[in-house]
Ligand binder design. Structure first.
Ligand code: ADP
Length: 347
């Protein structure tokens, strides 16, 4: 194989790769490698270029002893340090310089970050599930012993156990929805959906809950030509979550208003849009919490959310559905007055 062919193969690899000869001189570097270093290293000395002891030792091993190895390589970047897994493997060619080593760099920072997110998520779920389970186990124990012959206590405990089991079951459904929405977030929906129809059908679904909570739903500005490119089921879920929250945190005897409007040009989305505000008359949200509300399992008041049967996942689902629709969510709130969750989607 000639050097042009080697160059072409390296150019097709997205991992930063360079080849060095026995004197540590770089004789090939692919475009990804040049991007990482910010220059073309061909002709330069790899020892002078890399300068980190563990990396130099691995490189030495590949060239002197013909052994592959890896080490951490840290590069100061524009937005903090970037950590790479550096690998060196011995190289034998049938063209000059004949022998040397292949050096590659894999951005392990991104992997580490994904791993941290995954670990936190597993820890969160375990905690979320353990709390109700511990409660249920405690009640079972009581029912077997002290409350054995107490019918009133038995009914009360069974009701709590049922509530907790139902919340866990909702949590599993929410986790499944979340993972489904996340997995198709990159694929923009193609259906044309009438938002007015979506909101009316959510209103009808929630009729019982609204009545129980003594809350009135007032829908304004809706018209049948409010059509967006969307996924009908997901849009229904989105408004269900927002309106259910408005019922839960808005307080009984209050009003929930939904205001729909058309926007000629949304400055952030840079296109015409449709905006739907879900406005409640609850106690409002401290601005301190606003940026974190859509994180999974983030709740302002853990106890209150659990008591209301909340899973802490509703707004995370909302955020992902909006992302899939290439829209944006704006939350504003005034303490003592209420909160407004605005969904703005491209028309
Ligand atoms: P939850 O199941 O706890 O309701 P969500 O993800 O739907 O989970 O909401 C996260 C948190 O945001 C809630 O626990 C609550 O503290 C806060 N929140 C959501 N909607 C409202 C609202 N309309 N008014 C006040 N606080 C809200």
């Amino acid at each position: 194989m000639d050097m042009m062919a080697i160059k072409a193969i390296l150019a097709g690899i997205s991992l930063p790769v360079m080849l060095i000869d026995r004197d540590y001189q770089v004789f090939q570097a692919n475009p990804a490698m040049r991007d990482v270093l910010g220059c073309n290293p061909e002709g330069m000395n790899a020892v002078a270029l890399l300068r980190q002891a563990p990396v130099l030792a691995v490189m030495d091993n590949a060239i002197r002893d013909g052994q592959s190895g890896q080490a951490r390589f840290v590069l100061p970047g524009l937005s903090g340090e970037v950590t790479y897994t550096f690998r060196a493997a011995p190289l034998q060619l049938d063209v000059a310089p004949h022998t040397g080593a292949v050096l590659s760099f894999e951005d392990s920072g991104q992997l580490e970050e994904a791993e941290t997110i995954r670990r936190d998520f597993v820890a969160n779920i375990s905690h979320e599930v353990r709390t109700p389970l511990t409660g249920i186990l405690g009640f079972i124990e009581t029912l077997r012993t002290s409350a054995k012959d107490d019918p009133a206590a038995r009914d009360r405990f069974l009701a709590i156990m049922e509530q907790e089991a139902q919340r866990m079951s909702r949590m599993v459904s929410d986790l499944l929805s979340l993972s489904r929405v996340e997995s198709d977030e990159r694929v923009r929906p193609r259906e044309l959906v009438n938002l007015n129809g979506v909101i009316r059908s959510v209103g009808a679904t929630l009729e019982g809950k609204l009545k129980d909570a003594d809350v009135t739903l007032d829908i304004r500005g809706a018209s049948d030509d409010m059509i967006i490119q969307g996924d009908r089921d997901q849009l229904i879920q989105l408004y269900l979550n927002l309106i259910e929250n408005a019922i839960k945190y808005g307080g009984s005897g209050k009003m929930i208003r939904i205001a729909l409007s058309e926007i000629d040009h949304d400055p952030t989305l840079r296109c015409p849009a449709i905006r739907a505000d879900v406005i409640d008359e609850g106690e409002g949200i401290d601005p301190l919490h606003l940026p974190r509300l859509t994180e999974r399992f983030y709740r302002i008041d853990d106890h209150r959310s659990r008591e209301m049967g909340g899973t802490g996942l509703g707004l995370a689902i909302v955020k992902h559905i909006i992302n899939r629709h290439r829209g944006r969510l704006k939350i504003t709130s005034e303490q003592g007055v209420g909160s407004t969750f605005s969904v703005i989607c491209p028309r």
